[in-house]
Ligand binder design. Structure first.
Ligand code: CAA
Length: 457
């Protein structure tokens, strides 16, 4: 079911939203099946099917979250023919901070000024947003409100940039990745108009965090999956209530919120998580719809906590029902139609933390799956934990936004050995695997800890 909304006003003015986006992924990758799976003693089927990742992107020695952010922004500026003086704000979402005080965006501006000239960004402000994998989405929400009231016709940029890193041989290792996504936000966007309906959920959790001074995350894996699902459901309920109140979604008898969404995008720590998340959201939402009767006919009634004296037995029955729901015909159809294609790029890249959900958007664009007037929902998740569920409507010109050939570009990357990967991971590589070429590179870190970057022709 498509949206009946064509143009969304931003307050008194025009719609604001995403006009274009650029993705940067390091040129090195490690396949998970082969040397890696053999060395770690893991069945490759678990990594490819059970987790859903085939290749993890690996940053070279001269790369970090700031160089990747500068690369995605440079690509965006070139493609959109954007001049520095047109940009009012650059918000950077990252959990790979390079400094406890200095905003990553200032390093990014320093790099871009090597191309556009010294001082060219001096009227542009930049802030770093940290909220684990949801930082970029909170940045986008914030920037969209600024843009709606902006009177000088400036545009805003939101950049996600991260290196997802866990200890070697830990269960998080095979979900690693690295990359950056830069989003161009403006009034009257070509791609997506934000509906400005944001449903939020927050609670204090220890599912995943990185204490000061640690280069890898501490993660309570299974608990993090559960926190993600709880938070997503909370944010979805908050979104649904607001969308109903605003009249953006008007379900008739037997209809529910997801009937009004054409593509559901979720944070993608690994592609299977998107399957778990969408199964949880559809199951939760469909209970209100006429479809639920058919589900119960196929699967029987859901287990109810009050029917079990032993909580462990209830949890086991609940997990079994969830597994059977995820295999039901109804779910598999909805998943294939509205969710599956969002994970295409992530399978070849791995987790890029705060930009992963926007890799999902890039996946849809690359496969030309977005059509005018369709409603997209975004379910972002950040450990710690928060979720934000929001929506946007595809504009008439959406299908005219050119593809970037990302899938083809990923095929041009260099495969590295397990040994090279481990050296890079542990910071023991003496030189870059691929010498920098037409890219920003970290040249050195001086005695005070300041980072020096250059553009290498
Ligand atoms: N062939 C096919 N499938 C197989 C298999 C095989 N040989 N062996 C196992 N599998 C399947 C399992 O059955 C399971 O699928 P089901 O859920 O359908 O049963 C799937 O592979 C995963 O296997 P496990 O449950 O054994 O997974 P694991 O112990 O390896 O842990 C993980 C997975 C918890 C995600 C771990 O990789 C981890 O800790 N990752 C980092 C944290 C993370 O990504 N958390 C996600 C939520 S938090 C978040 O989203 C923020 C963020 O970005 C970090």
């Amino acid at each position: 079911m498509s949206s009946n909304i064509e143009d969304i006003p931003a307050g008194k003015g025009q719609a604001v939203g995403i006009d274009d986006l650029s993705v940067y992924v390091p040129r090195l990758f490690l396949p998970l099946a082969g040397e890696f799976s053999t060395n770690r003693g893991i069945d490759p089927g678990k990594l490819i099917k059970g987790i859903g990742i085939e290749r993890m992107a690996v940053p070279d020695r001269h790369e970090d979250a700031a160089t990747m952010a500068a690369m995605s922004l440079l690509d965006l500026m070139k493609h959109s023919r954007l001049r520095p003086e047109e940009i009012g704000k650059i918000y950077v979402g990252t959990e790979s901070a390079l400094d406890e005080a200095k905003a990553m965006g200032t390093y990014v501006i320093g790099m871009l000024e090597k191309i556009y000239g010294k001082g060219s960004f001096q009227e542009c402000s930049t802030v770093e947003f940290k909220a684990a994998c949801i930082g970029t989405t909170f940045a986008l929400e914030s920037l969209s409100y600024w843009l709606a009231g902006e009177e000088e016709d400036k545009v805003g940029i939101v950049i996600a940039s991260d290196v997802a890193k866990y200890p070697l041989a830990s269960p998080g290792e095979y979900t690693q990745g690295a990359g950056s996504v830069a989003l161009l936000l403006k009034k009257n966007p070509r791609l997506l108009a934000l509906e400005q309906i944001y449903g939020t959920f927050t609670r204090d959790e220890n599912d995943f965090f990185r204490p000061m001074g640690c280069s890898t995350a501490v993660v309570n894996g299974k608990h993090s999956n559960q926190c993600y699902l709880d938070a997503m459901q909370g944010a979805f309920d908050s979104f649904s209530a607001k969308a109903l109140k605003k009249g953006a979604i008007t379900p008739g008898a037997g209809e529910c919120t997801t009937d009004f969404i054409d593509h559901l995008l979720f944070h993608i720590p690994y592609p299977r998580m998107v399957e778990y998340a969408s199964a949880a959201i559809f199951r939760h939402d469909w209970r209100q719809s006429r479809r639920w009767k058919e589900i119960e006919e196929e699967l029987g009634p859901e287990p109810k906590a009050q029917e079990y004296e032993d909580h462990g037995k209830y949890q086991a029955a609940e997990a079994d029902y969830a597994r059977r729901f995820a295999k039901s015909e109804q779910f598999l159809q909805a998943y294939a139609a509205k969710v599956r294609d969002t994970a295409t790029l992530s399978r070849q890249i791995g987790n890029i933390y705060t930009g992963s959900i926007y890799l999902g958007l890039a996946s849809l664009l690359e496969s030309q799956k977005i059509h005018a007037k369709e409603r997209l929902s975004f379910g972002a998740y950040g450990s710690g934990c928060s979720a934000l569920f929001f929506s946007a409507i595809a504009k008439q010109q959406a299908s005219s936004v050119p593809r970037r050939g990302l899938v083809e570009k990923l095929e041009e990357r260099r495969q590295i050995s397990l040994q090279d990967y481990e050296k890079l991971h542990e910071g023991k590589a003496e030189k870059s695997v691929l010498m920098p070429c037409k890219e920003f590179a970290l040249a050195r870190i001086d005695h005070q800890g300041y980072r020096h970057y250059e553009y290498v022709e």
